[in-house]
Ligand binder design. Structure first.
Ligand SMILES: Nc1ncnc2c1ncn2[C@@H]1O[C@H](COP(=O)(O)OP(=O)(O)OP(=O)(O)O)[C@@H](O)[C@H]1O
Ligand SMILES: [Mg+2]
Length: 234
């Protein structure tokens, strides 16, 4: 069996005094793609944001490549090789596509050129619009830019929060295929998704309910009628 690249153990986090994550545990093997499903408000974004160091950890531990990264700054976590494409895209609207990408590599300038070429290989559409202001891109193009920006630091682990939100079925497929290609090129991927169309691309499936993981298995074991219905209907 492949070694785990990401190990999340008993993770707890929340907002103010309100707990959200109630002891989240799962691990992801190097080279695999894991998809996380769950109802709105289940705690999926809180999970990936805590792993990425954007939220404070209340308890438990995150290990990356065997080393504890809990409590490190978000910038240090990026340097270690973990990158997040956040929910809602969050590109800088007043800056060009190119500048948005350059900013994604600020912690690792040495890989900037190499990674920009890679991003343009995955998303030729971004290269065609390299000088366009990010705020004038279509929703799908902004999603490509958000993923591209996260790739600029040459991560070993890419976390993507809601890749397909608001995209047409066709563009959703394109984005899933590119994510699959990124994974084939050696990057481990954790993708938070509502669209079950991602399942054929996933090795591992997770279901989160009310701040805990209630299903963790191979993607092929997650039966759309049983487990997924439970995940979405509570
Ligand atoms: N900044 C915040 N301040 C207070 N509560 C928050 C904040 N962000 C999220 N929450 C709450 O934490 C819970 C989990 O939210 P989270 O965003 O992790 O859910 P999610 O599974 O990503 O949902 P969605 O599918 O809608 O994106 C929700 O009850 C939400 O209202
Ligand atoms: Mg979310």
């Amino acid at each position: 069996m492949t070694a785990a690249l990401l190990e999340v153990e008993g993770l707890r986090a929340g907002y103010g005094s309100v707990p959200v994550l109630q002891g989240v545990s799962f691990s992801v093997a190097e080279g695999e793609t894991a998809v996380m499903f769950g109802l709105n408000g289940a705690g999926k974004s809180t999970t990936v944001n805590t792993i990425a160091g954007l939220l404070k950890t209340w308890g438990g531990q995150v290990r990356f490549d065997g080393a504890v990264i809990t409590g490190l700054s978000a910038a240090e976590i990026v340097k270690r090789g973990v990158s997040l494409s956040p929910e809602g895209r969050r590109v800088f609207p007043q800056l060009s596509v190119k500048t948005n990408l350059v900013l994604g590599a600020w912690t690792r300038r040495s890989v900037q050129k190499e990674q920009m070429a890679k991003v343009f290989g995955y998303f030729p559409r971004l290269e065609e619009r390299v000088d366009q202001l990010a705020g004038t891109l279509s929703g799908g193009e902004q999603q490509m830019l958000a993923i591209g920006r996260a790739l600029m630091s040459k991560p070993r682990l890419l976390l993507i929060d809601e890749a397909s939100l608001g995209l047409s079925p066709k563009l959703t497929q394109t984005v899933f295929q590119v994510v699959n290609q990124i994974n084939d090129d050696g990057t481990t991927v954790v993708i938070v998704e509502q669209n079950v169309g991602v399942l054929p691309y996933a090795d591992q499936a997770l279901v989160m309910q009310k701040g805990t993981i209630t299903f963790d298995g191979r993607g092929s074991e997650l039966h759309e009628t049983g487990d997924l219905r439970a995940a979405y209907l509570g």
